[in-house]
Design a protein around this ligand. Structure first.
Ligand SMILES: *[C@@H]1O[C@H](CO)[C@@H](O)[C@H](O)[C@H]1NC(C)=O
Length: 537
């Protein structure tokens, strides 16, 4: 049930924001009180001891996590971080398991052998990714990829009950390699939590759909759930607390976070307790009947046209990876054609994206985004597809902290250059995604690292306590609840500003300020909220 809408007064001195908006969400749960109690005990004391001896051979040699059915050898990757890379959470989804929900890892076969997980594993097969390069067809990677990377503080051990951050990467459900969004520096900066990064099946391997029971739908999302269940059962071996899990994701990862909330709600499983959704992307979710044409096109390209859908699925199940990736090209292209949004007339773009929208809803839409707006289609599709997610979740949940990322990816400097995914660069070591699971990292300048440090303090504070304010940096402003005030935090690193110093010489510049969400924006998002059913089909 949506809460009553609240409107605040627009101050009228507000420029139309050009950046993409993000949401830092907290799902209210009964855990809040328990969290407060746990924090009273000072359970992190051992960290301080270990941090005196960073990187010694002795420590590096003994990073072993025993999950009961297996023992894993990790490695120290930063002064305060140990990484365990590529721990399987499900059986390899090969042969008959292709297009099937993941089968949990077999924990009855106990092995005492030490498994070396010090190198990044094979990433999942990459699909078509026109946002990387127009003719990027992907193709690299392995089908045997249902693994997680776990990053722990060097001192973490069973019983520490550290909070957990599970990250689900973006990439349009088509590409992405967790290695390109590393958590070594996050844990190094704040060795008070454990990060888990999920590999899940992408492109046709994760999201092939057709109206037949010969395949399971959305197996990539089921992979994410399997990883969350694995974390709940086994994460305490790494020193985590399975009852304090926050999930986080950007773009398709943000959409995943949203869909996992729905799944948790629908199944009654509580696999996580807090949520960070960054540019939650909302495309219409098609019923399998509506995917049949795309399925048939894909099957034909793979030479798998058969008398029945079931036989086609069986044929695709046996197809080689390269045949599958080439065939999936068209299927994925169909989804991304309108992503740019700006080129087609608004009505046409909306109609192809949300076929169930009624004529009168389309009229409303055209009124909301008047023709005089030079970036009309971009704003209209941007708000329905990404930005109003914040508002929609703000209307539906009780505890939401919102933010707008207003920092372009360096070397770009103009506010107009704040594109989708701009936040990844600063948050993950200057990462710049290439094709086939590759990336280039750029060394952050001291100023940029300062900014990272400030953002991280809010984020990890949220992971640790369900509130971005608890452990924020002293120089950072308080972050009010979006749901109380319609205020959101704006995160922008001001490159041109001379850092202010306090008496002790500490840098006191903050990259954060607040803005009030305008009445106009609230009204546009509210109107979209009323059309939400025709958007979801
Ligand atoms: C990606 O990998 C596939 C499979 O190895 C290869 O065929 C393709 O040329 C690669 N694409 C790029 C752009 O490197």
């Amino acid at each position: 049930m949506a809460k009553e809408r609240k409107n605040s007064n627009s101050k009228g001195r507000y420029d139309r924001p050009q950046g993409s908006w993000r949401t830092l969400l907290s799902v209210r749960s009964g855990m809040t009180l328990v969290w407060l109690v746990l924090f009273g005990f000072g359970i992190y004391a051992p960290c301080t001891l270990y941090r005196v001896f960073p990187g010694t051979g002795l420590l590096a040699a003994r990073h072993i996590a025993d999950v009961g059915y297996a023992r894993y050898l990790g490695k120290q990757t930063a002064s305060n971080t140990v990484a365990y890379l590529g721990i399987p959470y499900a059986a390899p989804p090969l042969g008959a398991l292709r297009f099937r929900k993941p089968v949990p890892v077999d924990t009855t076969r106990v092995s005492s052998a030490l498994v070396d997980v010090t190198q990044y594993p094979d990433f999942c097969v990459q699909g078509y990714a026109p946002w990387v390069a127009p003719d990027d067809r992907g193709g690299a990677g392995s089908e045997d990829c249902l693994k997680v990377n776990v990053y722990t503080p060097v001192c973490a051990r069973r019983g520490d009950a550290l909070p957990v951050l599970v990250y689900i990467h973006g990439g349009g459900f088509s590409n992405g390699n967790p290695r390109n969004w590393p958590f070594d520096q996050w844990v190094n900066d704040c060795p008070k939590f454990i990060a888990v990064h999920v590999y899940y099946r992408l492109t046709a391997f994760g999201f092939l759909a057709a109206p037949t029971s010969a395949l399971d739908l959305n197996v990539g999302l089921h992979d994410q759930r399997a990883a969350l269940r694995w974390a709940r059962s086994h994460i305490s071996a790494f020193g985590d607390d399975p009852d304090r899990v926050t999930i986080m994701g950007q773009s398709a990862g943000g959409a995943s976070v949203w869909l996992q909330m729905l799944a948790d709600h629908a199944t009654g499983e509580q696999l996580f307790h807090g949520v960070i959704g960054q540019t939650v992307s909302r495309s219409g979710t098609r019923r399998p009947e509506r995917k049949e044409a795309a399925f048939r096109t894909l099957a034909a390209k793979a030479d798998c046209t058969r008398d029945s859908l079931d036989e086609s699925v069986e044929c695709l199940r046996a197809a080689s990876i390269s045949v599958m990736v080439r065939a999936a090209d068209d299927m994925i292209k169909e989804h991304t054609t309108n992503d740019g949004g700006g080129k087609e007339p608004l009505r046409k773009s909306l109609k192809s994206r949300f076929p169930h929208m009624t004529e009168s809803e389309l009229d409303t839409y055209e009124r909301l985004y008047p023709e005089r707006d030079p970036n009309r289609a971009g704003n209209a599709l941007g708000e329905v597809g990404l930005r109003c997610s914040t508002y929609l979740l703000g209307m539906s949940l009780d505890m939401v902290y919102a933010y707008r990322w207003y920092q372009p990816t360096p070397p770009l400097r103009l506010p107009a250059d704040v594109w989708h995914s701009s936040d990844n660069w600063m948050m993950f070591e200057g990462t710049s995604t290439g094709s086939n699971g590759t990336t280039v990292f750029h060394q952050l300048s001291n100023e940029q690292r300062d900014f990272f440090h400030e953002m991280l303090a809010y984020f990890t504070s949220f992971v640790r306590s369900g509130n971005p304010n608890t452990y924020k940096l002293e120089r950072s402003p308080g972050w009010p609840l979006y749901t109380d005030s319609w205020n959101r935090q704006v995160l922008q690193h001001q490159l041109n500003e001379v850092p202010e110093e306090d008496a002790s010489g500490e840098d006191t510049t903050t990259a954060v300020w607040q803005e009030e969400v305008t009445t106009e924006e609230q009204e546009r998002c509210a109107a979209l909220f009323d059309m939400v059913e025709s958007c979801e089909n």
